[in-house]
Design a binder for this molecule. Structure first.
Ligand SMILES: [Zn+2]
Length: 114
């Protein structure tokens, strides 16, 4: 499953960052998940609960923030957040030369360690 591999690479980066910072454990993990990232938040959370045992994240809390899609138009160079589920047209000028510049990825925003 997609979410399992996300969680295992997330735990790996947490271990790495903790080592670099000489931290003993990670208290909270904050993730930003774009609404078009294809990540199922509920599945991600349950995969995390399952995988964290025995890792540096055993006592961590997983906080998830969801971010909206943002479009950038190649015609008028404006950035906009579409109100409808229409990601193919610029709401400013109507051009279809738009790119999704936000909301299609998952980011590790913050780690709280001790
Ligand atoms: Zn435009």
């Amino acid at each position: 499953m997609h979410e399992f591999s996300i969680v295992s690479s997330l735990l790996e980066s947490c271990e790495e960052i903790a080592q670099q910072n000489k931290a003993q454990k990670i208290l909270t993990i904050t993730l930003d998940i774009g609404e078009r990232s294809g990540v199922n938040v509920a599945l991600l959370k349950s995969a995390f609960e399952e995988f964290k045992c025995g890792s540096i994240c055993e006592d961590s809390k997983l906080l998830i923030q969801e971010s909206k899609v943002e479009l950038t138009c190649e015609q008028c160079h404006q950035t906009s957040i579409p109100k409808e589920l229409n990601y193919t047209r610029c709401p400013q000028c109507g051009s279809d030369q738009v790119k999704i510049t936000k909301g299609n990825e998952m980011l590790l925003l913050r780690l709280e360690m001790e």
